[in-house]
Design a protein around this ligand. Sequence first.
Ligand code: BGC
Ligand code: NOJ
Length: 811
Amino acid sequence: MKFGHFDDLAREYVITNPRTPYPWINYLGNEDFFGLISHTAGGYSFYKDARFRRLTRYRYNNVPWDDGGRYFYIQDGDCVWSPGWKPVRTELDEYSCRHGMSYTIIKGVKRGIEAEAVFFVPLNTWAEVHRLTLTNRSRAARAFKLFSFVEWCLWNAHDDMNNLQRNFSTGEVEVDGSAIYHKTEYRERRDHYAFYAVNAPLAGFDTDRDTFLGPYNGFDRPAAVIEGKPRNSEAHGWSPIASHCVDIRLKPGEAKTLVFVLGYVENAAEEKWERKGVINKAKARGLIDRFATAAGVDAAFQELRAFWDGLLSHYVLRSGDERLDRMVNIWNQYQCMVTFNLSRSASYFETGIGRGLGFRDSNQDLVGFVHQVPERARQRILDLAATQFADGSAYHQYQPLTKRGNSDIGGNFNDDPLWLILSTTAYIKETGDFSILDEQVPFDNDEHTAQSHFEHLKRSVHHTVDNLGPHGLPLIGRADWNDCLNLNCFSNDPNESFQTTGNRAGRTAESLMIAGQFVLYGREFAALCRRIGKEDEAARTQEHVDRMVNAVLAHGWDGAWFLRAYDFFGKKVGSKENEEGKIFIESQGLCTMAGIGLVEGKVVQALDAVRERLDCDFGLLLNQPAFTRYLIEYGEISSYPQGYKENAAVFCHNNPWIMIGETVLGRGDRAFEYYRKIAPAYLEEISDLHKLEPYVYAQMVAGRDAYRPGEAKNSWLTGTAAWNYYAITQFILGIKPGYDALDIDPCIPPAWDGFTVTRVFRGATYDIEVRNPRHVSKGIRQVSVDGKIIAGRSIPIADPGTQHRVIVELG
Ligand code: BGC
Ligand code: NOJ
């Protein structure tokens, strides 16, 4: 069952039935100021950090779900309704929600009145604009009242839900004309306030929630709205809100547009006040003026659209499969940008107070967006590297506002450092900017310790080398990529977290996932060293890599697939000898991507084992058989019910590792089959089962052991986005940036006749046509550039601004 449809021309998903199986959301904002918005206008806004600077309140896991947001109410006599259906839930005559690239348009029609709200954050602006157009589609003149509504969050979203003994006394507001200011705590340490304004005279307003709603009412029945009587309430403590009331009169056919601005302002200490107790509103007024006219708003909206046209112009596929094209050209790239901005902090599954920017996560995310915003990618890499420790290990996450690392969700994940090599080499290949290697970057944000970024990469490599276990394989630490394989944790206390609890200081538990990762990125580092003339470093690294390959072949092969780990007691994990968890996906993925044992036939065997044991209707499972009992020496993984999360779900992040492994073998049909199985656009018809947005990936789809296989959870903020983009664009379609060329090596289903891609690379545009007349999966017969046949399959780098026609014939 579907709840809407794709509009590819507009780059929108159009929801036409508001009763989706879960709130289907979108993101507003691209830098500094962000909003989450659901298809019924639920959600919240924040400046930079969803924890420390939250503007509007949102109640996670509320009943009913997704209550609270940017709401409009229309009081048309005894008929009260909302254009987004919620919160009032009056049946609408027409409803649609168009989620587009950083904007959302919600339209409702009731009794001849149409209300269309466009929500977006203008570029380089610390504000959301809500442009509401009201149209009288009936034959009679109409008069009604329009109410707006947002509820302020008292800045620190964690305290806001927690410290009520204090908060209920701190809220402060000011009302000035048609602008309502949230100035809570501004008097003392804060240099910031927020406001919600409209470009129309008010019939009244409210700033105190309980007065506006009336005690015991929900957002669906505010007393002020039902009665059509704003109370002009002034909040002192309790729960401040901003609600405007505007009288609307419309002749038949007439339309009126109101522009609401929800903004954030910072003032320097000496400029905080206009006079005693009255905040300095100059910057807010500037913002309000900018959007006072429909023309100002339209210009900003066009700018945003043009910005996205630009971002999405660097890789454009025409494959003949509209679902594939819409994933590659629109939604997958869009999701990658969102994961760049938010990492794992704020979604409808991440509350914005739990996690910040993850070290491993943000490094991996980079391969999904580096071609869109290379300069910002550069800064991100340097920010991440600055949270590394001198021994090469790293904080697991940092807060975006402070850029300081913290251990709130644990530390000592031994895969973390190596991801820095993936991101840095991806960045240099995309841009040719080797100067990043010379940047001076501190350790643990201490400027005195600064060393070159190259040195950081070296220490990443050495962190693995310095932490090998009894079999010469990497020690796992707290956990590797799989947060829940906690081999040193031994937790039997329900009150502690698997992620942060003290670990046994064992030096036995080893990871085959990190072993594969080390071979892959160690090799990558050696290649980088060679490219910049550091032959000695390259040779040293290559020796470590070779030793690791030998260790994997000697101690990491279980007969038909790669082992997953050795536990604290030195026992095998992910082996035929185990009763449960005989095979895991991560080590098959990383070791086959690295081609370990390729000539000995181990890659084929491992991938065939994946096919046989881990494949199901909804994708590839993380492990099999699922754990049915808690194993204290394994930790969190065995605590989950079968088929969920890290215990035998389709954990979508790692499926592309197998796709890429398949391309190492040249099996394009399998690679693409795995791609399709989890790509959301191909799952649109089963939206009722899948439950989440059909335009973005979810982290997890319940596996075949689960109660409801196929049901997804945790959409948007997942490494799945970047890895699938990386797998399809660079390994299946096979267009791969290199240090000195654009390399072409597709691996596609043999049935395909070909495809074309327009790729902007280092400023030049390549129109690449791949032809497959012999219906092969992989292998290149001939490549021509601008009509001339070239030797090999590496397209030389052309001058910026030039355009080139590339024809690739497979066979
Ligand atoms: C989840 C992981 C997640 C981790 C974050 C675990 O409970 O299963 O997927 O990455 O928490 O700390
Ligand atoms: C989600 C986390 O964000 C990511 O870092 C981790 O690798 C996966 N869960 C697997 O546990």
